[in-house]
Design a protein around this ligand. Structure first.
Ligand code: HEC
Length: 133
């Protein structure tokens, strides 16, 4: 009888422990994710999700260093200085003002960005400007 009781006790303790552990893991990852994006507005956050997600923009545009395309910071700087319009450019209706010599490479993405809604284009713009120097 005593043995059964002990077994029961160990089982309860054990199940409590694993639950506690799980909780710690989820809250841990949640708070670190919040930490990363806490400085962004909801629109900028949506823009970042598109940029790093379905837009696939991050493969060529890194936040601060030039990769295949200019850095996001560089794009933000030029667009602010020259009062450019990122949504219009991404619809394929504008002229390149950052690095016209590489425009052909960027052009290949318009088939994706042309399907973005105005809200999504505005969000991408907001995200780009959030990295302005
Ligand atoms: C295959 C690589 C590649 C991908 C993917 C890519 N870009 Fe580009 N992008 C470039 C290159 C190269 C340039 C420089 C040419 C230019 O300025 O048009 C550029 C330029 C730009 C510019 C500046 C345009 C200007 O006025 O000169 C913007 C804004 C931009 N990209 C946004 C995006 C967004 C948003 C995405 C994702 C939907 C994206 N890019 C995906 C390569 C890429």
């Amino acid at each position: 009888m005593k043995n059964i009781f002990l077994l029961f006790l160990t089982l309860t303790l054990f199940s409590c422990k694993t639950e506690e552990k799980k909780e710690q893991i989820t809250t841990g990852s949640e708070s670190s994710a919040e930490g990363e994006v806490s400085s962004l507005t909801p629109a900028q956050q949506m823009g970042q999700e598109i940029f790093d997600g379905k837009g696939n923009c991050f493969t060529c545009h890194k936040p601060k260093q030039k990769a295949i395309g200019p850095s996001i910071k560089e794009i933000a700087k030029v667009y602010k200085e020259k009062k450019g319009d990122i949504p219009t450019f991404l619809k394929g209706k504008g002229e390149p003002i950052v690095d016209p010599s590489q425009y052909e490479t960027m052009k290949t993405n318009f088939y994706i960005t042309k399907n973005f809604s105005d809200e999504e284009l505005k969000a991408v713009e907001a995200y780009i400007y959030s990295l302005a120097p």
